[in-house]
Design a protein around this ligand. Structure first.
Ligand SMILES: [Zn+2]
Length: 81
């Protein structure tokens, strides 16, 4: 899919992509340069959408509440030697 920048450098995110990612007017998007491209992602936790993420990894943001919930579900790792 190709889109053309306007005179002010703006780019329209296609409606079908916005719908798929549940991006609505007023949502904050995070933009980062990756390689020779631009990565755009919804800002906030990928699970609950809380605006303040506790961790960032590979462009993914996770809040402390979802991080805790995931940690509780992970099996405890123990040394078995
Ligand atoms: Zn969350």
């Amino acid at each position: 899919m190709k889109r053309q920048l306007d005179n002010l450098g703006r780019l329209v995110i296609p409606a079908e992509m916005r719908k798929e990612l549940n991006i609505k007017p007023g949502d904050e998007l995070k933009m980062t340069v990756e390689g020779n491209g631009i990565f755009i992602a919804k800002s906030g936790c990928i699970f609950c959408g809380r605006p303040h993420a506790a961790i960032y990894h590979e462009g993914i943001q996770l809040c402390e509440f979802c991080l805790d919930a995931i940690n509780e579900k992970l099996p405890t790792v123990t040394e078995s030697r």
